[in-house]
Design a protein. Sequence first.
Lengths: 550, 283
Amino acid sequence: MRRRLLLVLLLATMVPLAMQAQVTYDRLLNAAKEPQNWLTYSGGYSSHRHSLLTQIDQNNVKRLQIAWVLQGDSSLQNFEATPIVADGVMYFTQPINDVVAADAKTGRVYWLYRHNLPPDIKPCCGSVNRGVAVLGDRVFYGTLDGQLIALDAKTGRELWINTVTPNYADGYSLTMAPLIIKDKVVVGVAGGEYGIRGWVAAFEPATGKEVWRFNTIPGPGDPNHDSWPNKSWENGGGPVWLTGSYDPELNLTYWGVGNPGPDWNPKQREGDNLYSSSVIALDADTGKLKWHYQFTPNDGYDYDSVQVPVLVDMNWRGSPRKLMLWANRNGNFYVLDRTDGRFLLGKPYVKVNWMSGFTPNGRPMQTPQPTGMPTFPGNQGGTNWYSPSFSPRTGLMYIPIWDNYGSIYAPQDATHKPGQVFGGGFPRPVVPVQGAPATPTLRRGAINNWTEAVSNGAVIAIDPTTGDRKWTYYMTDVTDSGVLSTASDLIFTGGREGYFQALNARTGELLWKMNLGGQMAAGPMSYQVDGRQYVAIASGRSVFSFALPE
Amino acid sequence: MQARRFITGCLLATAAVVCVVAVAPAAAQQPQAAQHAGEYSQADIQAGSVVYSLQCSQCHGPTGDQVGGIDLRSGRFRNNVSNDDDLRRIITNGIPNTSMPGRKLAPAELTAVIAYIRNMRDFNTTVVKLGDTARGRTLFEGNGCAGCHRIGTTGSRIASDLSEIGGSRSPAAIQQALLDPSSMMMPINRPVRIVTKEGRTVNGRRLNEDTFTLQLLTDQEQLMTVQKSDLKEFTILKTASMPSYKDKLGPQQLSDVVAYLASLRAGGRGGAGGRQGGPPPGR
């Protein structure tokens, strides 16, 4: 009897332990088998940002309500992180560089880790961070002063700090959520506007020791070094500031590489400028380059290829194939064979006039516009780092876009000085009133002073087999929000206007919306605790989590 | 140097009460610049434009108005910036918990970029004639402009408020707006016409818009928000109701009105009397 009681007590004490198991690599590999969790930035190694949870569906989504709100407490910067949820605990970064662990059911905080930044950091485009990675009982993230940090997932205690890029004052910073691959923490460096030399690198989770590093700008003696004239490679940019993807069967990890430097004066670096504005496929164990595909050779438009690589296995022209889907900032939708990088399809998804088509091997035929004339898409691109989604149920890819948006480029010679913007002539948007101060280069703030005259935001659904748009959900203002699809054929997305919206994934019809009051510049995600499905997104300075009424 | 030349040019031209302006046309009338008139050399302003381009334009934009709530050209800051020392401190130290980092600039660079920020509104602007502000005010009032536009506490609000227009638009832009109003009408300010499902028609000026709602100031000067789903008709007009003054004003009269409008700045010190009330300079 006593033995049975002990067993019951033992089992009772084991329940919470079992609920909060270590996040092993095997669990990351099989993330689809535990849809109650959201274990990586894009929800899985294929980066579909697709949830298999179905409690919230097209019929009941109208009853969705706020389950909890957690207000950030330290900064007015954009909140760009996608939360990670592991066994009922949510981990995310709050601006500027703090990590928060909270109860995913209530939003109550377990611990908070604060990282103080030096005054001379050089974040290019806002002091942002896009989240953390988890492995074992550790949480990993990068900072604007170039530190990769490991924390105890239960206490937030700092386990190690590795200065992975010491020259933060020269413009090197870490903004992405790292990606765990096997026994490595993989992260890239931001700073393309400062003439850095970009890289992706892998580090040991236990110690922070570097295992491999791939420089996105090949040095002397490396293949494709000759795509840079003279010494332009030294300040060639090519940052990597968004989380990549991984194919365990091929053991390849895929990363989008950002713009070359100087951003807007391509004549200063004549050549293809590899591997800027490209996707690179690296051996996950060694960091060796397996293949690359360059979306925008000799990019003069700031068309960072910093989008999430979406990995899909599907029939292509009658045969099963390992594909990569990519809606690029340069306005084209691409399908590549991810085993070797072969170009299969390229098609504009927004207005494009910087190129007129592709050669058979997928090289764009560039058509630079005359001086003073607009180039489409504009500097911020047809899309950007905003997370897309792919639904295996509908077979459609969902992309946040800026429609009919152009810029006028004015290249200038630029001289590189460490820590200074290496731009080469700032572009301006195509607006009806030139020089009017109320039509700024970037649209920020509560009043939509761009209006339809400059651009509309939208979420579009693309059929990857053709590259054709299946539907468009227009927003009046432009959007920086990511997209989540679910197995209930729902799409969740935000936008600058502060509305969090649920759409029918097959038609684009609006099913539900709520005004959260703050811009959404993050990707939504979904998780489940104690049988209740939640959908969460950061808006303004806060994280919101939604669920159906209990 | 050109700023000083301008002042000299004005003195010489006093009899004609016309200044030909290339740079800093009304620096002495602008509150933020009034404290600094003549302090900045053209060489500093020129050098500062390069520093600004390298260090500041990425966030603040080429026209200084890219960060919400801040318009460097108009001297509008979120933080308390009452003099150049404040600017020097903020540029050097940054602003904690914001994306404004400190910049370790050489003393000459710092001086130059401050000179540029203090003069960027008029840097490289088109040459326009500035006439007499008092006569311009009389013309403004005599031509019924206040029937649509408000200055200070006088005039209608149905068109844009011009109380601080000289702080945000260059003289060239003001002149262009007088000659071809539609070409200079901000998209957000476009006139709208809505018809509700109940059949009520409302005309007004758009203040803001999102996917689901529209904010406007009606021609009865009522602030109004409507749900787009409640509308039967929603038209955004691309032409201004304001007539062109190309044939209504002679060259001298045009330069007078431009001078008057260009003199209207925050603080109400502009022109011959300017506006009354409003926020103090350096808010």
